[in-house]
Design a protein around this ligand. Structure first.
Ligand code: UDX
Length: 436
């Protein structure tokens, strides 16, 4: 079995590595030559647990080959997965990368006797396949299901867990509109995952809608708990973690995605929510719920700044230390990270910023260059600080050493994730969502 995977980002690369580790022959393509050169040397372009080990294993197995253009590939195989970015531009999803990949690759399928199934893994808005993708196929081929094969297969993996999620997805969603593609892909995924993982067969539009609804619901859960957390912050004795724990025990609600904090970031939830709102607008349907989810998320950092200001009396000239830069723990990804938004706003108030994150310092340097101080350790970051703000629950922050805690006792601390609640008890320690 041979497949081609176009786009080696989080989704494409983790898929490439997992399929290759299962002895499927993988052509892994990305237009970024430097990325491909590094991948050939088993160097991943981002941090992801177990990715480097799995990559080395596949290279050794010789089940993966890296290319920067499909022209270099001799045989494309039975399936072509497309996992290129669909960035959000002015609130709408941009399809330029997907369209250009299709326009490039489809002519080379024309003369093939057995045509590969093209599977879109990139997140696309409901209605996109019918409106934009099918017309591209129709330029080169006549009939879906005999001249060409197309499926929509959205991805639900989480950063920081990409390899595991790829190995054991909770569901496979397949949007198809012809029997032949449906059969080919059901056979492929059944062989890959056995009978334990459910395969949901649906049409193009529903598959597209499932992905957006899934992410919008996760975002809604977070904004819901953050709005209750903001209320707790003002009611003496109220504690958001206890509220979240108990409502999460109701099986109709469930415990996940109820961890209050500085708001959601990352490359998916904010972008997908915004594009989903614009889809509602396209169909002239009210989207008040999702607009509120976004509004709540957009305001979280201002609430943290307000608390900082109230406690420091003024912000101008203060030294503020930020622990945690990535959009979530144990990641180096700062895309749409709330920490970056916080730093930008604090710089506007002329604060002196000192930052530390075990993984995301290098990426942060590209944003702020010499405008802020980059520390090599927690101790260096909190040195001479007026206020320490903990932004993500990195293991290093959760398991702070005695020496670090001793120093923190003397500084005003805002813990947006309440990770030091058991190790730091003092007057000038504020937990978001807890009113002492
Ligand atoms: C998300 C979705 O979970 C995944 O299904 C989709 O395919 C891509 O987007 P990811 O971006 O990796 O995955 O991050 P996730 O773990 O979902 O966290 C998103 C953001 O929400 C982070 O900023 C995180 O800190 C925040 N979050 C998450 C909370 O603030 N509270 C929670 O309870 C959970």
């Amino acid at each position: 079995m041979k497949v081609t995977i176009i786009g080696q980002g989080f989704v494409g690369l983790s898929l490439s590595v997992v399929l290759a580790s299962k002895k499927i022959q993988v052509n892994a393509i990305d237009i970024n030559k430097e990325k491909i050169l590094n991948l050939k040397k088993a160097k991943p372009p981002f941090y992801e647990p177990n990715l480097d080990i799995s990559l080395k294993k596949c290279i050794k197995l010789k089940t993966i080959e890296f290319y920067y253009s499909h022209d270099q590939v001799k045989a494309l195989g039975e399936i072509i997965f497309i996992a290129v970015p669909t960035p959000n531009i002015n609130g709408k999803i941009n399809l330029d990368f997907v369209s250009s990949v299709l326009n490039n690759i489809l002519p080379s399928l024309k003369n093939m006797n057995t045509k590969p199934v093209v599977v879109i893994k990139s997140t696309i808005a409901p209605g996109t396949t019918d409106r934009t993708l099918l017309p591209i196929f129709k330029k080169f081929f006549k009939k879906l299901g005999s001249d060409f094969y197309l499926a929509i297969n959205p991805e639900f993996l989480r950063e920081g867990n990409a390899i595991n999620d790829q190995l054991k997805p909770h569901v496979i969603v397949l949007g198809t509109m012809d029997k032949s593609t449906k059969l080919k892909l059901n056979n492929f995924f059944r062989k890959l995952y056995g009978n334990k993982i459910p395969i949901i067969n649906t049409n193009f539009a529903t598959a597209e809608l499932i992905k957006y609804s899934n992410n919008a619901f996760l975002a809604t859960k977070i904004s819901f708990i953050n709005s209750i957390s903001n209320l707790c912050q003002n009611i003496p004795g109220a504690n958001i973690d206890e509220v979240a724990k108990v409502i999460g025990m109701d099986s109709r609600i469930g415990p996940l995605f109820l961890n209050a904090g500085p708001g959601f970031g990352g490359s998916c939830l904010p972008k997908d929510l915004e594009s989903f709102i614009s889809v509602f607008k396209t169909y002239k349907i009210q989207s008040e719920l999702l607009e509120s989810v976004k509004k709540i998320n957009d305001k979280q950092i201002d609430i943290i700044i307000k608390i900082t200001k109230e406690n420091l009396k003024k912000l101008t000239g203060k030294t503020i230390s930020i622990l945690g830069l990535a959009f979530k723990e144990n990641s180096d990804d700062i895309r749409e990270s709330k920490s970056i938004e916080l730093i930008k706003k604090l710089l506007f108030y002329d604060c002196k910023i000192q930052v530390y994150d075990p993984l995301a310092i290098e990426n942060t340097k590209n944003v702020f260059s010499d405008k802020i101080f980059y520390a090599d350790s927690i101790l260096e970051c909190i040195n001479n600080s007026d206020c320490v703000i903990i932004m993500n629950s990195n293991n290093e922050f959760k398991n702070m050493k005695k020496q670090e805690l001793k120093k923190l006792v003397k500084i005003f601390v805002i813990d947006t994730r309440r990770i030091l609640k058991n190790s730091l008890s003092k007057k000038n320690y504020i937990q978001i969502g807890v009113k002492n």
